[in-house]
Write a protein of this length. Structure first.
Length: 62
């Protein structure tokens, strides 16, 4: 994955999250949970993109 496609993907995710936070009426706690969830997913995706973390399917939680 090229650096340009990563940056474009981050911008798209940021704009979508901003649109959801701005134009969809939700309780503040739900928005906070949504923001944290998106942040965790994006961080894991970035770690996988740069090869720091391997495949998520190989991680087992007991």
């Amino acid at each position: 994955m090229s650096l340009l496609s990563i940056v474009v993907s981050l911008v798209v995710v940021g704009v979508i999250l901003w649109l959801v936070n701005t134009y969809i009426p939700m309780d503040g706690k739900i928005k906070q949970v949504l923001n944290v969830l998106v942040l965790i997913v994006v961080c894991v995706w970035l770690l996988q993109s740069f090869g720091i973390v391997g495949d998520i399917n190989s991680i087992r939680i007991r």
